[in-house]
Design a protein around this ligand. Sequence first.
Ligand SMILES: [Zn+2]
Length: 322
Amino acid sequence: MHSSSRFPEHLLKQLEEGQNLRKQGYRGRYAPSPTGSLHLGNLRTALVSWLRARLCQGVWLLRIDDLDMPRNRSGAVESIQNDLLWLGLNWDGPVIYQRQRRGLYSSVLSYLRRQGKLYACRCSRRLLAETSRPGVADRQIIYPGTCRNLNLPWGVQDQRLPSWRLRVNKEFSTTCGDVLLRRADGYVAYHLATVVDELMLGISEVVRGADLINALSSQLAVKDALDKSPVNYKHVPIFCDSQGRKLAKRDGSKGLDMLKDKGMDASKVVGLLAGGLGLVPLGSQLSAVELFGELTNNTDLIDRVLGPSSSLVELAINQKSS
Ligand SMILES: [Zn+2]
């Protein structure tokens, strides 16, 4: 059990609300960052996430992960919503914005700090790159615990604030190390915000792009520090272009506008996205609702796309890193 007795009342209430919502049925979400237009890979993930929620007769939320404000692009939120609706992917309830939930994340951080679960870290990015153990995948850094027992001050030193790290349980020391929860520039880190949201919004299953598999260990470590009740994580294969390269948001040209310019309507695009995953024959033309209808008697197709459950993925990560 988590140390619920020492949780502030308002946080405990929200955690329990989340647990109750998860018990009531499937709750999924799609959580893009508004850093640009969605590319085809993002749209394909959105389609699978929506399908999975609808096939489970569940709820599908749209959350805008807009905490990293310098990276946000104006107009991106509108463009994301327009693209989803054009494809027929309707979400439930109001759009949720992480920027409006910063008070909540701060409360959780304060709680963890009072519990002695955080410490100040003054490692620079460069130092981390030099000293950290090799990651389980490219670009992942496993924090070696340099500052863990140094008891560094929380205040300004050499004109810099420290970042805040979570002391993770031993099981996570080889997969992610102590997780950064608050950046030295004062921004709440992505892992904290997203885990707090999954828990408190009652998300029962996260369906997201396989490019986020690297984030899984860190997020499970953060989740464990707050709430041990289970959340499923599933990953949609990465969408590659014809040269086998992974798409990035900067490839805005590889989004819906390009396909619309070629005269494709929504049913052709849904067919293209679903066909690439083997959900329908290539070249199919059908609406998102029709695709849902096709899959209601064939739900193992979606299961196959989403691959192994989080526990198996974790196992794979552990084996790779040992
Ligand atoms: Zn450090």
